[in-house]
Design a protein around this ligand. Structure first.
Ligand SMILES: Cc1ncc(COP(=O)(O)O)c(C=O)c1O
Length: 362
């Protein structure tokens, strides 16, 4: 019988947010942190325009997209690599920098792709405890670094907890790290953060060879379906990523959509404004029902239902009504559910459904 590497059998396959419900029923999908308004119409148009060219291989260097990203973020295009979602970048980083016997460190309840990718290259995923309310505990992370640690992933802001570290906290943490440990700041939700004390980390990449920032078009840009992400790193890291990635890892459509989406400032502004207001209104409404809702600067809320049974029963009751929200057992937070911010109407329906369930069963 053919057998994969031992470490592969340690992987629990990633289960995405549910997207199906009963036949013919309206579905309100709030389980995968996608954008409330779909993609920018400019991105859709750009994809349609390049559809006639899909017999051609894409530009393997993503030249135009990297130029647009460089301009938008005020960083050199040479220090950018694009990928099929930031998931691919996470995978490439593990492939390049970690292997048998190495450790990949991240905060407890962290994004599930970190342990999946660590195990897939034979490395050991290691977690460090977080603080109350799930804020990343940089001291615990520092204490968890060993001479086997090769990569540290910090989602900043984090999913599913919604908390974040400030620039000063990241800088202080990085100062205590050995120079041969790669610190990956996974900034999938960066666009949503308004705090001036926060940094995405592009300024830090410019100063330190061992910091990488990963970004995505899947969240604020509402383009999860085209699979488009990117990394900003030092010359050395970018050279390595270019060696390990596939030659045509980003499709023609994704490149075109990305360039167009970056031009649609109005769409992004409107999405972010909506997200903030809707998130805070929803948080308040759920708190009024008596639920614990964790502080979030992202496009989702983590809500504590008091027990795993309450969380699961509430989730199933909502699913019955076509409202899909995410269970958190895989993140070791079984008493919680994660609710993505959708449209104002969708959030009104979610709150109403939760209230209805609690009134009948609470
Ligand atoms: C923290 C974090 N990083 C990375 C990703 C992956 O995003 P994508 O591969 O769609 O770019 C996600 C998606 O849920 C995420 O939550």
């Amino acid at each position: 019988m053919i057998k994969a590497k031992d470490s592969i059998y340690k992987i629990t396959p990633y289960i995405g947010g549910e997207s199906k419900s009963k036949e013919g029923q309206r579905i309100i999908k709030l389980s995968s942190n996608e954008g409330a308004f779909g993609p920018s119409p400019m991105a859709v148009k750009a994809m349609q325009e390049v559809a006639k060219d899909i017999h051609r291989y894409p530009d393997g260097s993503c030249h135009d997209l990297r130029a647009a990203l460089a301009y938008k973020n005020n960083i050199p295009a040479e220090n950018i690599v694009c990928g099929a979602g930031s998931d691919e970048i996470i995978s490439l980083l593990c492939q390049a920098y970690a292997g048998d016997g190495d450790e990949v460190l991240y905060p407890e309840h962290g994004f599930l792709m970190y342990p999946i990718r660590a195990n897939s290259v034979g490395a050991t995923p290691v977690t460090a405890a977080v603080k109350e309310n799930f804020k990343v505990d940089v001291r615990a992370l520092t204490n968890a670094v060993t001479d086997k640690t090769k990569i540290i992933f910090i989602a900043n802001p984090s999913t599913p907890t919604g908390s974040y570290l400030t620039r000063d906290e990241v800088v202080a943490f990085h100062k205590g790290l050995p120079s041969d440990v790669l610190l990956v700041l996974d900034a999938a939700y960066a666009e949503y953060v308004e705090d001036p004390e926060y940094t995405i980390g592009h300024d830090l990449v410019a100063q330190h060879d061992n910091i990488v920032v990963t970004r995505t078009f899947s969240k604020a840009y509402g383009m999860g379906g085209v699979r488009l992400g990117w990394a900003h790193g030092s010359d050395e890291v970018i050279d390595i990523l270019n060696r390990v990635r596939g030659p045509f890892n980003v499709s023609i459509e994704a490149q075109a959509a990305g360039v167009a989406a970056l031009k649609d400032d109005d769409f992004l502004k409107k999405s972010l404004e909506h997200n903030k207001k809707c998130r805070e209104d929803t948080k308040q409404a759920l708190e009024e029902i008596g639920l614990k809702v964790y502080q979030s600067v992202t496009n989702f809320l983590l809500v504590n239902f008091g027990s795993p049974e309450n969380a699961e029963n509430t989730r199933l009751a909502l699913k019955d009504q076509g409202i899909l929200i995410r269970q958190m057992g895989a993140y070791n937070l079984p008493a919680c559910l994660r609710i993505t911010i959708g449209t104002t109407e969708e959030m009104g329906l979610v709150v109403k459904a939760i209230k209805g369930y609690i009134n009948n069963h609470g």
